[in-house]
Design a protein around this ligand. Structure first.
Ligand SMILES: O=C(O)c1ccccc1NCC(=O)[C@H](O)[C@H](O)COP(=O)(O)O
Length: 208
């Protein structure tokens, strides 16, 4: 079954919708400039049994990750900045949790980095590169050419991300050959505010 991650959960209705729809993973954004950001205490309040809990960080210090883990029982650490393979390996070793590394993909050449990161990480999130001038490194509703991934051998379990919506997710999965997907903007009523009905539609469209 196609794995689905709903990223940027920041209210109880969205969390409920993700659980009810059977999402496999939910993402909490610990990056204050994001309109989806949550504090550790807020994320701890939102957590519900069911989906794996992914904490999203951008070039975090060890102290920042530790402060979140003191409050929220995370299952996976997502690194969505410029973290090197060595930094990913250090985070994994220090916190004893699987690391999901987000990598921006635009062309076939971008897939070369997969081999460099594979020994240091447990999952990949293959996302669009941030458009020029975008204020955030992810969550920009930007799709990329999914055919770049067609037939690619990705050396870790992975999720496809970037501009996915209930309307395009099935086609994206087919073109990229993705075993799973991640969405943020495509299930929002407005930037930073999730729409429970769109979450339900997205999960069901991904698995249709
Ligand atoms: O979503 C954010 O606000 C965010 C902020 C900083 C770094 C990464 C961020 N999101 C990363 C994700 O995993 C998104 O779900 C992914 O980029 C897809 O986003 P979208 O294209 O909006 O569906």
């Amino acid at each position: 079954m196609i794995r689905v991650k709903i990223c940027g959960i920041n209210d109880a209705a969205a969390m409920r919708a993700a659980v009810e729809a059977g999402a496999d993973l939910v993402g909490f954004v610990f990056f204050p400039p994001s309109p989806r950001a949550v504090t550790p205490a807020r994320a701890a309040d939102l957590v519900q049994p069911g989906p794996a809990r992914v904490g999203l960080f951008v070039d975090p210090s060890d102290e920042a990750v530790a402060a979140v883990l003191d409050a929220v029982p995370l299952d996976i650490i997502q690194l969505h900045g410029e973290e090197t393979p060595a930094r990913c390996a250090a985070v994994r070793a220090r916190f004893g949790l699987p690391v999901m590394k987000a990598l921006g993909i635009a062309a076939r050449e971008d897939l070369a980095q997969l081999a460099e990161y594979a020994p240091a990480v447990d999952h990949f999130l293959l996302d669009a590169k941030a458009p020029p001038g975008a204020p955030l490194p992810g969550g920009n509703a930007a799709p990329f050419d999914w055919s770049v991934l067609a037939g690619a051998s990705v050396p870790r379990p992975w999720l496809l991300a970037g501009g996915l919506t209930p309307e395009n997710v099935k086609r994206a999965i087919e073109i990229a050959g993705a075993p799973g997907v991640d969405v943020s903007s495509g299930v929002e009523a407005r930037r930073g505010v999730k729409d429970p009905a769109l979450i339900a539609r997205f999960v069901s469209a991904a698995r249709a």
